[in-house]
Design a protein around this ligand. Structure first.
Ligand code: ZN
Length: 151
């Protein structure tokens, strides 16, 4: 059973629920070079990311999975934010996002709409829901770099 939904400020709740109900870039990229997935057993969230890399950029990013509103919204916002970004930029956004939730850092400007998830930091049990797709992304970025290096 998913944990109960935390209460957020209204405007943030709207953003999160919008991405949960109408996830962006949901699906798969069978021909993409990077496929990564992860699980958050404490809530039952599952996320898979397919990443197409072109010229050092995330040419396309799709996610699929099942889970609570926070895990799905976070994955949807991730794809929205990082489509077209470079590997370095993606890594920077992932670091800033995790710092916001794990170290209570102020949201960095490059986070954009992802700031809506800052409220999750007040609910420690749900932080894993929000960062699941970002951990999966970082694994994917590592794979992309390894592939680019011919490894
Ligand atoms: Zn969850």
């Amino acid at each position: 059973m998913p944990a109960p939904e935390p209460q957020f400020d209204e405007i943030y709740r709207e953003v999160i629920l919008d991405h949960f109900r109408r996830p962006r870039n949901r699906g798969s990229l069978p021909g993409a070079p990077v496929h990564v997935e992860g699980l958050n057993p404490t809530c039952g969230d599952e996320v898979r990311l397919d990443i197409d890399i072109d010229d050092g950029r995330l040419a396309d990013v799709r996610f699929d999975g099942a889970g609570c509103s926070i895990s799905i919204a976070s994955a949807s916002m991730l794809t929205d934010r990082l489509k077209g970004a470079t590997l370095d930029e993606s890594e920077a956004v992932a670091s800033a996002f995790k710092a916001m939730l794990l170290e209570n850092a102020q949201p960095a400007p490059e986070l954009g709409d992802l700031e809506a998830l800052q409220g999750v930091a007040k609910f420690p049990v749900r932080i894993k829901c929000a960062i699941l797709s970002w951990n999966v992304l970082q694994e994917g970025l590592t794979k992309a770099r390894t592939a680019a290096a011919g490894g």
